[in-house]
Design a protein. Structure first.
Lengths: 208, 569
C-alpha cells in the first residue's frame, strides 16, 4: 500500500516537473514575470522603437536613406540595411514594421546571407539562425530559450519586459527575428506575424 | 536482523528508484529547454507525407516563393528595364544611389541589389522544389507512399522548378543546374545556357504529360497540364535566344493543344482578368492567388500610386509614388482602345477604366485632389494631374515625365491601373495575378506563324491578333509590320505592329523584356530613354549586346569560386 502511494507520489512529482519545465510553460512563466515587472524595453535598432509614430518612422528611415544607411529592400516591400561584419559572412537585413493605432507594435526583420545558394550549406538559414542569435545575445543579452513555434519549427525566444524577440528560419534562405511589444500583443497564440507568406497560408490560397 | 536488512534493502531500492526517477526527470527537464536543432529538410518518420492533404500542404511551400513575383524583384528587372515602366527619381528620396535609374538606362552594375535578388528568388524556388522532390522520391522509393500518387506531385514540382529555371536561363544565361538535393556540390560550376535550356525542356516534356488536365478549384494556382504546355510554348518561342535554334512548330503545336482543349477562352471583358475578384477567370492558365491576408506580396497600388491617391481610394496607407508608364508607350494605344481608359479632366474624374491612371485625380469624398508638395515647375501646380495630361508649356504639350532624375515632378507619369484598386485597400492587394494568360497563347501562336511565314499579311496570324483587338474595341489589323511604339517617327519594322500589340495587351505582365530581346530591339534603349541629368549617370544608355543577359551577382561570385562572370561585365 505504502509502495503504491510512493509510486503515485513519484508520478505526480514527475508530472509537475515535466509540465513545469516544458518550453511552453517556461515561456509563459517568463512572459508573465516580465510583463508583471512593469519594465519597458522599447528600443529596437537604428534608432527605431516601439510606440514610434508611423510618420516619425518614415521620416527617420528617409533620413537614414539619405545618409546611405538604408535602401529599398527585397521585393520593394522593406527597408534594407547592409550588415558589415556583424555576422560571419556578408548579409542583409530587411524590415518593415507593423503599426497598431499608428505606432510601431511589431518589427519583423528578415536576414539572408548575400552569397546564399542552395548548394552552399555554410550559408544556409540553419547556420544563419545560429549567427543571428549570437549577434542578438551581444546586443540584447543572453537568455534565449528554444521553443516549438506554432508555424516555423524550432524558434529562439527572449523576453525582456514588454519586448519579445523571436528568431526562426522561414526557408533555406531567410531567417526572421521578430520584435513584438507584448504589452500590445499578448498571449502565445499571437504568433509573430510576417510580411512574407508561410506554408499554411499558401495552402489556403491554393485551395481558394 | 533479516527483517532489518530487508527493510534497509527495500529502503535502498526505493532511494535508487527515486534517484533514477529524479535523474530521468532532470534529463527531461534539460532536454525540454535545449531541443535539438534539427534540419526540417530531413525525412524522418514524423514528417512523412502520408495523405493527399499532407502532400498538398507540403506543396504549398514550393508555391510560397511566388508571392514575390508580381511586384517584386523579377518585376524590377523584367519591366523597369523596358519601354513600359519606369521609376523616375523624384527628389532624393529612396534614390538608392541610382539603382532604379540604372535599370532604365541599361547601365546596371554587377553589385546592384536588383541583380542579386532575382537570383535568390529563383534559386530559392528551385531549392524548395528540390527538397520536396527528394522527400517525395525517398518515400516513394521506400514504398511508404503510393508511387502513382507521388509521381503526380513529383511531376508538378519538376514543372514548377522548371518555371524558376526558365527565369534564370532567361536573365542570367549560364547558371548552375544541379538538382541533387542530398549530395549537392557546394560550389557547382555553371552549365551553358543552351544546355540548361535543353534540360529544362526535357524535364517538362517528360513531366507535363503526367500532370492533371483538370481545370477547377483543385488545380487553380497550381501547375497543371495546360500550365506546363504554356511554359513549354514560352521556352520554344524564345529557343533561338536561349539555344540558337528556332522551334516554331513546337510553339504552334503547344498553343494549338491549349486552344483546342476548349478549357480556356478570352474573357469578353478584358478587365475581368484584373478585377479584385478575378479568381477563376477563364483566361487564367496559371495564376498566383494573392490575398491581402492569406497570401501577400502584390503591392502595385503602394508602388505606383501618388501619395495623395490615398484619398482617391480611401487607402489605409500612403502610397510610395514610384512606378509609372512611359509617355511613348501610353501614346501607342489608340484613343478608342478600351484597354487604355481615359484621363481625368478639370471637370471630372476618368469615366473609363484603363491600364493607366491618368490625368486629374479626385477625392473619394468629392473635389479635385491636390498635391501640397507639388514641384514649383509643375505645369499646373498643386492640382493632382498624373502625367500632366492636357498641360501646356510654351505652347507645347507638357511632357508626361519631365526627366528621369534627379528632379522628376512628383506628378510625373501615368500610373499602372491595370489591376483594380480596392476602395479602402491596404498595401496588399487581393487581385490574383495571371502568370500565364490565354491571350498570350493567341499572341505566341501568331508570332510563331509570322516568323515561319515571314509575311506581314499572314492571314492565320492576323486572325489570332484580331481576336485580341476585337475585344479591345479596335479595327482589325491588316499588317503585322509597323512603326515601333517607342519610335513612331521611325521606319516601318518587320513585325512592328505585332510587337506593339503584345505590349498593349501584356502590359506590366513581365513579358516586355523578353519581347524586346526576341524582336531584336533591346539595344534600341536610347529611343525610349528619358532625359536624365544626374551627374553619376552614363551620358547615353548602354546598347551593348552583352546586356541582354544580367551579370552573375557579385555576392554569388564571391561565395563560389567556380562561377564565371557573364561576358562584358
Amino acid at each position: 500500500m505504502k509502495t503504491r502511494t510512493n509510486w503515485l507520489l513519484m508520478i505526480l512529482i514527475s508530472g509537475l516537473i515535466i509540465s513545469g519545465c516544458s518550453p511552453r510553460a517556461k515561456y509563459e512563466r517568463r512572459l508573465k514575470h516580465e510583463l508583471a515587472s512593469g519594465v519597458r524595453y522599447d528600443s529596437l535598432f537604428l534608432g527605431l522603437y516601439f510606440g514610434m509614430p508611423e510618420k516619425d518612422f518614415y521620416v527617420h528611415c528617409w533620413n537614414l536613406n539619405h545618409k546611405g544607411l538604408l535602401k529599398q529592400g527585397e521585393s520593394n516591400r522593406t527597408a534594407e540595411y547592409q550588415l558589415k561584419d556583424e555576422l560571419k559572412h556578408p548579409a542583409v537585413m530587411d524590415f518593415y514594421p507593423k503599426f497598431n493605432q499608428g505606432k510601431i507594435s511589431e518589427m519583423p526583420v528578415s536576414f539572408k546571407y548575400k552569397g546564399w545558394t542552395p548548394w552552399n550549406k555554410t550559408l544556409s538559414s540553419d547556420n544563419l539562425q545560429i549567427e543571428v542569435q549570437k549577434w542578438y545575445e551581444k546586443i540584447y543579452g543572453e537568455g534565449f530559450i528554444k521553443v516549438k513555434h506554432p508555424l516555423h519549427g524550432i524558434a529562439s525566444v527572449k523576453i525582456n519586459g514588454n519586448r519579445r524577440i523571436t528568431i526562426f528560419k522561414q526557408d533555406d534562405l531567410h531567417v526572421w527575428a521578430v520584435f513584438t511589444d507584448m504589452s500590445v500583443k499578448k498571449g502565445w497564440n499571437d504568433s509573430p506575424s510576417l510580411p512574407e507568406n508561410n506554408q499554411n497560408d499558401t495552402t489556403k490560397s491554393i485551395k481558394k | 536482523m533479516k527483517s532489518k536488512e530487508r527493510i534497509k534493502m527495500k529502503k535502498t531500492r526505493y532511494l535508487i528508484r527515486i534517484g533514477m526517477f529524479l535523474f530521468g526527470a532532470a534529463v527531461i527537464s534539460q532536454s525540454c529547454t535545449k531541443l535539438d536543432e534539427k534540419l526540417y529538410s530531413e525525412v524522418t518518420p514524423s514528417n512523412f507525407f502520408k495523405t493527399d492533404a499532407e502532400f498538398v500542404s507540403a506543396l504549398g511551400s514550393a508555391y510560397t516563393q511566388l508571392g514575390g513575383y508580381a511586384t517584386g524583384d523579377i518585376n524590377e528587372v523584367q519591366e523597369m528595364t523596358t519601354d513600359e515602366v519606369v521609376v523616375p527619381t523624384r527628389g532624393s528620396d529612396w534614390d538608392d544611389g541610382g539603382t532604379q535609374r540604372r535599370l532604365h538606362l541599361h547601365s546596371w552594375g554587377y553589385d546592384d541589389g536588383f541583380m542579386n535578388n532575382p537570383w535568390d528568388f529563383c534559386y530559392s524556388g528551385v531549392s524548395t522544389a528540390n527538397r520536396l522532390i527528394y522527400q517525395f522520391q525517398t518515400l516513394s522509393d521506400g514504398g511508404q507512399v503510393d508511387a502513382t500518387v507521388a509521381a503526380a506531385y513529383l511531376a508538378e514540382l519538376t514543372t514548377l522548378r522548371s518555371f524558376f529555371y526558365w527565369q534564370l536561363v532567361d536573365m542570367y544565361g549560364n547558371v548552375p543546374y544541379d538538382n541533387d538535393f542530398a549530395n549537392a556540390n557546394p560550389a557547382p560550376s555553371q552549365t551553358p545556357r543552351a544546355t540548361v535550356f535543353a534540360n529544362v525542356v526535357s524535364d517538362l516534356e517528360t513531366n507535363v504529360p503526367l500532370l492533371t488536365k483538370n481545370v477547377d478549384g483543385t488545380t487553380y494556382g497550381r501547375m497543371n497540364y495546360w500550365a506546363g504546355k504554356f511554359l513549354l510554348a514560352k521556352l520554344y518561342l524564345n529557343s533561338k535566344i536561349y539555344s540558337g535554334t528556332e522551334q516554331l512548330d513546337k510553339v504552334i503545336a503547344a498553343c494549338d493543344e491549349i486552344i483546342n482543349s476548349g478549357k480556356y477562352n478570352l474573357e469578353s471583358n478584358y478587365f475581368a482578368n484584373f478585377n479584385v475578384n478575378n479568381s477563376g477567370s477563364k483566361e487564367f492558365i496559371f495564376a498566383i492567388p494573392y490575398d491581402k491576408i492569406f497570401f501577400t506580396g502584390f503591392e502595385l497600388g503602394a508602388a505606383s500610386l501618388h501619395y495623395t491617391s490615398q484619398f482617391t481610394y480611401n487607402l489605409t496607407f500612403q502610397p510610395w509614388n514610384g512606378y509609372c508608364s512611359l509617355e511613348k508607350f501610353y501614346n501607342s494605344y489608340d484613343a478608342t482602345d478600351l484597354r487604355r481608359g481615359d484621363a481625368g479632366t478639370l471637370t471630372g474624374p476618368a469615366t473609363k477604366r484603363g491600364n493607366f491612371i491618368a490625368g486629374y485625380q479626385y477625392l473619394a469624398s468629392g473635389g479635385i485632389a491636390t498635391d501640397d508638395g507639388a514641384d514649383g515647375t509643375d505645369p499646373d501646380g498643386k492640382k493632382l494631374n498624373l502625367g500632366n495630361i492636357g498641360d501646356i508649356i510654351n505652347g507645347q504639350p507638357a511632357p508626361q515625365i519631365n526627366e528621369l532624375g534627379p528632379q522628376a515632378w512628383r506628378q510625373s507619369g501615368v500610373r499602372i491601373g491595370k489591376w483594380e484598386f480596392e476602395m479602402g485597400g491596404t498595401t496588399e492587394m487581393s487581385n490574383d495575378y495571371s502568370v500565364f494568360r490565354y491571350a498570350d497563347v493567341l499572341l505566341m501562336k501568331a508570332e510563331a506563324l509570322w516568323r515561319k511565314s515571314q509575311s506581314a499579311t499572314d492571314a492565320n496570324a492576323l486572325a489570332l491578333v484580331n481576336q485580341i483587338r476585337t475585344r479591345a474595341g479596335l479595327n482589325d489589323m491588316t499588317s503585322l509590320d509597323g512603326k515601333l511604339s517607342f519610335d513612331l517617327t521611325g521606319p516601318v519594322v518587320a513585325g512592328g505592329e505585332l510587337f506593339n500589340e503584345r505590349g498593349r495587351e501584356m502590359f506590366a505582365e513581365h513579358s516586355r523584356r523578353q519581347d524586346l530581346i526576341r524582336f531584336g530591339l533591346w539595344a534600341q534603349v536610347n529611343k525610349w530613354v528619358l532625359p536624365h541629368h544626374n551627374t553619376t549617370d552614363v551620358v547615353n544608355a548602354k546598347t551593348d549586346a552583352y546586356l541582354t543577359l544580367y551579370p552573375i551577382p557579385k555576392p554569388k561570385l564571391a561565395a563560389n569560386p567556380n562561377l564565371v562572370q557573364n561576358p562584358g561585365y
